[in-house]
Design a protein around this ligand. Structure first.
Ligand code: SF4
Length: 251
């Protein structure tokens, strides 16, 4: 691990907040999630599973054009009819079925009301959503955070890659481990989680690529435990400069 074992939780929190502030100052607010309504966020979160946002956006554009962001119209569609619209997002049968299942469950459990859905206590709601077919951790947390303003961090592959390359997590850390780290170290603040996640995605897309991370131009390079920008990012060690950054901050 690149973070000193002696660092307290408070010091770790301070360092993570430094990451966040540096990204925000460098890249600016990301304005996520790119959607106008909560239903659009939910559909986008389902459609972007296992594909690029570009493909998900093509499917969303079809749904929008057909008026299918409205629950009333969506519930009139069979999964087979929906497949035509969501085809650009890939895995279209599975995704159409997931959307139909979600809408049917929303009607059954919450009388078709997103207000009722998001009025459910956060942990209970997450457990309920985990039982729905086709929804995984990442999709559920994107729905909870971006549509429901609930304090769940979306610990996606970009987040895990960046945090492991900086020594916060082992390189094979799973979703739950990464999320637990963020939840333990940072305040459970939906706005903070929203912006931090969006900023990390930006870094993951443009700098922290799977192969050959572009550390030289990355805003997080100053936090690399070693200033050797040619390293493969897997074996960071803490530098004295970084250690000096980990000052206690107000709780
Ligand atoms: S400095 Fe390098 S390892 Fe760190 S986030 Fe940027 S690209 Fe990834």
């Amino acid at each position: 691990m690149g973070i000193p074992e002696t660092a307290s939780d408070r010091q770790r929190r301070a360092l993570l907040i430094h990451y966040y502030r540096t990204l925000l100052e460098t890249l600016g607010p990301q304005g996520w999630w790119p959607a106008r309504t909560r239903m659009e966020v939910i559909l986008g979160a389902i459609l972007t599973q296992n594909t690029t946002w570009r493909n998900a956006a093509l499917a969303l554009a079809r749904l929008r054009k057909a008026g299918l962001f409205k629950l009333k119209k969506l519930r009139q569609m069979s999964p087979q009819e929906l497949e035509i619209y969501v085809r650009p997002a890939g895995f279209f049968r599975q995704k159409a079925a997931t959307i139909s299942n979600f809408v049917a469950w929303l009607d059954r459990r919450h009388q078709g009301s997103l207000y009722s859905l998001f009025s459910t206590p956060s942990e209970l709601l997450r457990q309920e959503l985990m039982k729905l077919k086709g929804l995984g951790d990442e999709t559920i947390d994107a729905i909870l955070l971006y549509a429901g303003r609930k304090p769940f961090f979306v610990a996606d592959a970009y987040t895990r890659r960046i945090l492991s390359r900086h020594g916060w997590l082992p390189s094979n850390a799973d979703y739950a481990t990464a999320q637990e780290l963020i939840h333990r170290q940072l305040p459970r603040d939906p706005q903070l989680f929203n912006e931090f996640h969006a900023l990390l995605v930006e870094i993951g897309k443009h700098h922290c690529k799977k192969q050959a991370p572009d550390c030289g131009k990355c805003p997080l390079a100053e936090y690399l435990p070693q200033r050797d920008l040619s390293h493969n990012g897997e074996k960071p060690l803490i530098s004295s400069e970084q250690e000096s950054r980990i000052e206690p901050s107000p709780a």
